[in-house]
Write a protein that binds this ligand. Structure first.
Ligand code: 0RA
Length: 645
């Protein structure tokens, strides 16, 4: 054998091993094999199409969920090259599909901006699919190759002629790999909408061809990009100024695009992206943005004498109350850090974003004095309200101390004094609370019933939070309090946390999930540390009781219900009786214990920061701000902060 041949066979063996490695440890490549990993396959393919768009070659992307939960993705980019790869002596198409990390471009000049967090390439999708079919239209010809579990069924074949260009991929996720094979339309739609805002000028079509979907489809397209994204996010709120502020610039190969808008609400909603990936934990780009915001507005307010009547110090937070913002950067070599690798680490980005945003904001304020004044007035109100909230917080905490840590009357505490083994169930409604009290193991399980809908913290001023009975009860029951860190930022002290498991237990219906979302939002906004440490859980009550004669079993979804019906019905599904549980109230104490509270049998989901951000994101879109009686509040509560605007 010649040297060359040796090299060829060696590298091709390596290639095979490559995809085997993906199948052996899928989590390392796509994060997980649950529903998240399943959807990740779509993003890998779509990312490639977006790269083509960013390189100026692609205007349309079609995504279809096929009848059998296979996915079809088609783009009109350049098409995966099909010429013979010199070193590997096979079609580049086959190399891209079967060699790990070969998904990117071969020439080093075109840097891949989309993807990047995983960015593992289409070969991973191939490795984790039981079947893949790729078609490429390029240079007047149409090519095709098929694969089974990552291995080509045959060589790349020319199957016709064409006047189009582009790539289409059909893949069937492998049942040997994934825990679930069912795609969720809303997850795809949510992300594709986001991608259309982040990549203006790109048409993205989504279609669901599954039977039960009723031909559901969407077309996402944004001409104005982030500017329209800001409007979309604030569609249910009242903006302070007519148009969002839009910033775009480039420096040292870092592209910066920002849109921001103030509304009459109180929450900060800043979404950030690096190379189209959502950076949930922020990072250097967000720091640069915040810095520019505080510096520019402070300077403007100072030099126009707008802060002169204010008795309190303005803090960085005050510039972000009621702010909706999107910060999107494109960085050639992003470094991700943090717990979930969702934080940008590149230090040079702080100054770049800060400069570009600062310059644009300064120009905006100079050119729009009316808007500038309105924003500064809002900042002053925020500072005043922050001071009021601090006092309210102190009051709640002082009361806790004075009453000797007295626990809320509604709490049925557990007898154990060891937080590590203790659990607190937050239960929707007094009646379900009563059942839970009877059903629980009182040694380590405590019950706190929450009445009706708890306060929507997305809409409420902070001081309101401390006046809300249900929320006060949660604070005292949990034994946590706030302190201010050296930056004056509110933090949660978990040293005296009385339960290491906090379990939200709501009905398995629409109202129940609404309440779960409200509670999640509260924890996300005010006790995010509790989520970060993994203390927050959601209880999953069963959906069905399946009965035949004396035999009764529980089912948590329709698939289980069917399986149980077949099993206990002896093949005859009709002979069994179902009871659909709509609420916790339909279960007696024993049933509630068996299905939802007993550690040996229950299903608990641990809440992640991602779940909570998602909840808050939906809230920020779905829920509008009531125009609040803010002035009135300040007049009655903030005697110490006299302002005159
Ligand atoms: C390798 C190189 C080039 C494009 C692609 C791959 C590519 C991959 C996918 C996957 C889905 N759609 C895609 N579109 C393109 C560069 C092509 C060139 O330089 O002509």
């Amino acid at each position: 054998m010649t040297q060359n041949n040796n090299e060829y066979s060696a590298s091709s063996i390596q290639a095979l091993e490559g995809l085997e490695a993906v199948r052996r440890r899928p989590g390392m490549y796509i994060g997980s094999t649950d529903t998240k990993g399943l959807h990740h396959l779509v993003w890998e393919v779509v990312d490639n199409a977006i790269d083509e768009h960013l390189a100026g070659h692609c205007t349309d992307v079609y995504v279809k969920i096929l009848k059998d939960n296979s996915i079809f993705v088609k783009d009109n980019g350049r098409g995966i090259p099909v010429d013979i790869h010199e070193k590997l002596q096979k079609s580049a198409l086959e190399v891209v599909m079967t060699v790990l990390h070969a998904g990117g471009k071969f020439d080093k000049d075109s840097y891949k901006v989309s993807g990047g967090l995983h960015g593992v390439g289409v070969s991973c999708v191939n490795a984790l699919s039981s079947y893949v079919r790729v078609e490429v239209e390029r240079d007047g010809k149409k090519y095709m190759q098929e694969y089974q579990r990552g291995k080509p069924i045959a060589d790349v074949a020319q199957i016709g002629e064409t006047s189009n260009r582009g790539t289409s991929v059909i893949f069937t996720p492998d049942f040997e790999i994934f825990e679930t094979l069912i795609y969720n339309y809303d997850i795809l739609a949510h992300r594709l909408r986001e991608l259309s805002y982040l990549n203006s000028g790109l048409n993205i079509y989504l279609t669901d061809e599954r039977e039960e979907a009723d031909g559901r489809s969407d077309h996402f397209y944004s001409e104005g990009g982030l500017l329209e994204f800001a409007k979309y996010l604030d569609q249910t709120r009242t903006p302070l100024c007519e148009k969002p502020i839009y910033v775009k610039g480039k420096q040292e190969n870092v592209e910066v695009e920002v849109a921001l808008q103030y509304n009459t609400g109180y929450q900060e909603n800043v979404f950030s992206y690096v190379n189209n990936i959502n950076t949930r934990e922020g990072g250097t780009h967000v720091s640069g943005f915040r810095r520019a915001l505080a510096r520019t507005f402070k300077q403007y307010g100072d030099s126009n004498g707008l802060f002169s009547k204010l008795k309190i110090e303005i803090s960085g937070d005050d510039f972000r109350e009621g702010l909706t913002g999107i910060v999107s950067v494109k960085v050639p070599e992003p470094q991700f850090k943090g717990q979930t690798k969702g934080e940008l680490g590149n230090s040079e980005v702080v100054a770049i974003v800060s400069r570009i945003v600062g310059d644009a904001l300064t120009a905006y304020l100079d050119q729009n004095p009316k808007e500038a004044r309105r924003i500064i007035e809002k900042v002053i109100l925020a500072a005043t309200a922050r001071e009021a909230a601090r006092k309210a917080r102190e009051l709640v905490q002082r009361k806790n101390v004075l009453s000797g840590g007295g626990l809320p009357g509604k709490l049925a505490d557990c007898s154990s004094k060891s937080p590590a083994e203790s659990e607190l169930f937050l239960v929707e409604g007094d009646s379900a609370g009563g059942t839970a009290k009877q059903g629980r193991n009182r040694h380590f399980q405590a019950i706190l019933p929450l009445r009706g809908k708890i306060l929507n913290v997305e809409k409420a001023l902070e001081y309101k939070i401390y006046e809300n009975e249900e929320i006060k009860n949660m604070f005292t029951a949990l034994g946590v309090n706030f302190f201010e860190d050296e930056d004056g930022v509110r933090r949660l002290n978990l040293n005296k946390l009385r339960y290491h498991k906090v379990v939200i237990m709501c009905d398995a219906d629409v109202d129940g999930s609404h309440i779960t979302t409200l509670i999640l939002t509260f924890f996300y906004r005010y006790m995010v540390e509790l989520i970060e440490r993994g203390h927050l859980f959601i209880a999953r009550p069963p959906l069905y009781l399946v009965k035949k004669g004396k035999e009764a079993r529980y089912a948590w979804n329709d698939k289980e219900r069917k399986e149980i019906a077949i099993e206990i019905g002896g093949g005859k599904e009709d002979s069994v009786h179902f009871q659909r549980y709509k609420g916790l109230g339909e279960m007696n104490a024993e049933q509630l214990w068996e299905t939802t509270m007993d550690p040996a049998r229950r299903i608990l989901s641990r809440v992640t920061i991602e779940n909570a951000t998602e909840a808050s994101y939906y809230f920020s879109i779905l829920m509008g701000d009531d125009v609040p009686p803010r002035r009135e509040f300040i007049e009655t509560h903030a005697h110490y902060a006299k302002i005159d605007i």
